[in-house]
Design a protein around this ligand. Structure first.
Ligand SMILES: O=C[C@H](O)[C@H](O)COP(=O)(O)O
Ligand SMILES: C=C(OP(=O)(O)O)C(=O)O
Length: 358
């Protein structure tokens, strides 16, 4: 039984400390405590390093395969996420000649205003906010997905979460709402994994180009160490960053003219022109069914010779669409945040991409 299933089996009782004042601050385990509880074996650490290198080779143009960040908008149900991971792992082996999937295991969700903020924040989906249990579940789930043979992708949103999870990550997103944030550029500068910076929710690409430049530099910044103590961190800079075009202000930016303009902005800034197109979000006008047309358009651009299109993102789960968060009445395998394409559509799209890229 994987760690997540064990966690779920044993974690049904409330996990808050008996004497904790629910209104007051409550202690969290230090990163080192969770690492000890859910350690990374040397073999898995080596596999993650190899996966990170594979992602970087695609983004540097040294590997002609297509990188695809694919999976649910949010990981609200670890059992369903593992069911999805097992399917994706099988498909990944079948398409390995042309496609390198990295699986979205998003445990923090940025909200436009308010809403459920992710497994790490509220694992019981009821507003109880058991962050301690959410952190443990998040680490256990990411490790189980990694042990499934899949590179793990996530958005890092709360910088304090990074020391709990970063050793498990093969690709990291900085989201549209935080690409302009200096804290997230500092965070990215210290990561070993490649980092994709989303364009702004307005559609503006320059903030992401600036973020890539900032993240490439070393930074000295406030951070937390493995023991949970505040420290002065010194990073060496991360040269493995790239732009993610996700549309903005209700308008897509995945078409050839947008991609060419973005590549020009990147090249004039001396940045890597290879980029990822997020087929969801504003590129799909928040309609999950439009992800297919976005992906097929991008594939056509690649076939026309634009190899700067090195990567794609798909929001995909077991079943298509989304559902309201009604605890106790949730349908299995359906997103509770953004709408997703279902597994059958995902499999068909990835197989189509592999055939066209062969
Ligand atoms: O990917 C998820 C959403 O784009 C993001 O969390 C914003 O969702 P919201 O506008 O419903 O808050
Ligand atoms: C929140 C996400 O995207 P964005 O930052 O582009 O809204 C996401 O990819 O889940």
């Amino acid at each position: 039984m994987n760690a997540t299933a064990t966690m779920l089996k044993t974690a049904t009782a409330p996990q808050t400390a008996p004497d904790a004042d629910p209104a007051g601050p409550q202690p969290l385990p230090a990163p080192a405590t969770l690492h000890a509880e859910y350690p990374l074996s040397p073999a898995l650490a080596a596999q993650i390093n190899a996966r990170r290198a594979s992602v970087k080779r695609i983004l540097s143009g040294d590997d002609p395969r297509l990188l695809v960040a694919v999976g649910p908008c949010s990981a609200h149900d670890p059992r369903a996420v593992m069911e999805y991971a097992e399917r994706l792992a099988r498909l990944s082996d079948e398409l390995a000649g042309q496609i390198v999937p990295v699986m979205r295991v998003y445990v923090e969700k940025p909200r436009t205003t308010v809403g459920w903020k992710g497994l790490a924040y509220d694992p019981d989906l009821d507003g109880s906010g058991d962050i301690a249990r959410g952190l443990a579940l998040s680490r256990a789930l990411m490790r189980d997905v990694a042990e499934c043979g899949l590179p793990v992708a996530t958005e890092l949103l709360q910088p304090m979460l990074a020391p709990y999870l970063e050793d498990l990550l093969s690709w990291v997103a900085i989201g549209a709402r935080t690409t302009e944030s200096q804290l997230h550029r500092e965070l990215a500068s210290g990561l070993d994994a490649a980092v994709g910076f989303k364009n702004a929710t307005s559609g503006g690409v320059q903030v992401a180009v600036d973020a890539m430049g900032a993240a490439a530099h070393p930074h000295r910044h406030f951070a937390m160490d493995a023991a949970g103590r505040p420290v002065m961190a010194q990073t060496s800079g991360n040269p493995h960053t790239h732009l993610v075009l996700r549309g903005g202000s209700g308008a897509p930016n995945y078409r050839a003219e947008h991609v060419q303009a973005a590549a020009a902005a990147l090249e004039s800034a001396g940045q890597n022109p290879r980029l990822m197109v997020d087929c969801s979000h504003a590129n799909a006008c928040k309609d999950h069914r439009r992800q297919s047309e976005v992906m097929l358009d991008v594939l056509a651009q690649r076939e026309a010779g634009n190899l700067n299109l090195a990567a794609l993102m798909l929001e995909s789960f077991l079943h298509e669409g989304k559902q309201p968060l009604v605890p106790g009445a949730l349908r299995h395998g359906v997103s509770i945040t953004d709408g997703c394409i279902g597994w059958d559509t995902t499999e068909r799209l990835l197989k189509t991409a592999a055939e066209r890229l062969a």
